[in-house]
Design a protein around this ligand. Sequence first.
Ligand code: COA
Length: 197
Amino acid sequence: MPRPDLSALTWPRRTDRLVLRPLTPDDVDAVLAYRGLPEVVVHLSHGVLDREQVTARIADRIARGLPGAGNPLLGLAVADPRTGRVVGDVMLRLEPSHSIGPVTDEWEGTIGYALHPDVHGRGLAAEAAAALLAIGFRDLRLRRITADAYADNVASNRVLHRIGMRLESTSVATSLGKDGTWLDDNTWALLREEWRG
Ligand SMILES: CC(C)(COP(=O)(O)OP(=O)(O)OC[C@H]1O[C@@H](n2cnc3c(N)ncnc32)[C@H](O)[C@@H]1OP(=O)(O)O)[C@@H](O)C(=O)NCCC(=O)NCCS
C-alpha cells in the first residue's frame, strides 16, 4: 500500500475507559506532569523533561503527523472521557518495510506509551495500546507492528503480552540504563495476519 495517510484518520477514538486524539499544544502541562517525573522516565529514552522540552516534543509530534513530513508519527493524547484529563500519551511511528529484493510499498509501525502514575495498574496502557494496534492494522493497513521494552520494565512487558504481541527477540546488555547497569531489550512484534482485532 502507498504511504499511510494519517490525515484520513478520524478523531476522537473511544475505548471502554479512554478517549484518544492527536496531541495539541494545550497538552503541555498534562504531559509535563508525568514525563517530568523520574519514576516515569526510568525506562524511557529521554531523561526528566522540563516545560520547554515537552513543548518541543509535542510540536515535533504535531509536525510529524502532517502530510509530507519525513517518516510519519502519530502522537496521541490519552484522556479520561468523563473529565477530559490527559492521563498519558501513546505513539505509532511509521516506516517503510525493509526489502533486500523487489521494491515493496508495505509499511510497518512501532508503538510506545507512557501514563501518569496516578492511573497505573488499571489496565489502561493495555487498552490504549490495543487501540493503537487497531489504528495501525485496520485503518493504516500496516504489515507489522513492533514494540521495544527493556526486560526489567515488567509493566510494559505485561502490557505487550496482554495485547497479544509476540516476544520476538531479546538483545542482551544493549543499553546503559539510568542506574548505570546494562539493560536487556525485548522486541515484541505482530503481523497483520496474526492480529485478532
Ligand atoms: C508501562 C506503563 C505504561 C504500564 O501502564 P499501566 O496502565 O500501569 O499498565 P497495566 O495496568 O495494564 O499493567 C500492566 C501489567 O503490569 C503489572 N505491573 C504493573 N506495574 C508492575 C510492577 N511494578 N511490577 C510488576 N508488575 C507490574 C500489572 O499488574 C499488569 O499485569 P497483568 O497484565 O498481569 O494484569 C506504565 O507503567 C508507565 O507509564 N511507565 C512509564 C513509561 C514507560 O515505561 N513506558 C513504556 C516504555 S517501553
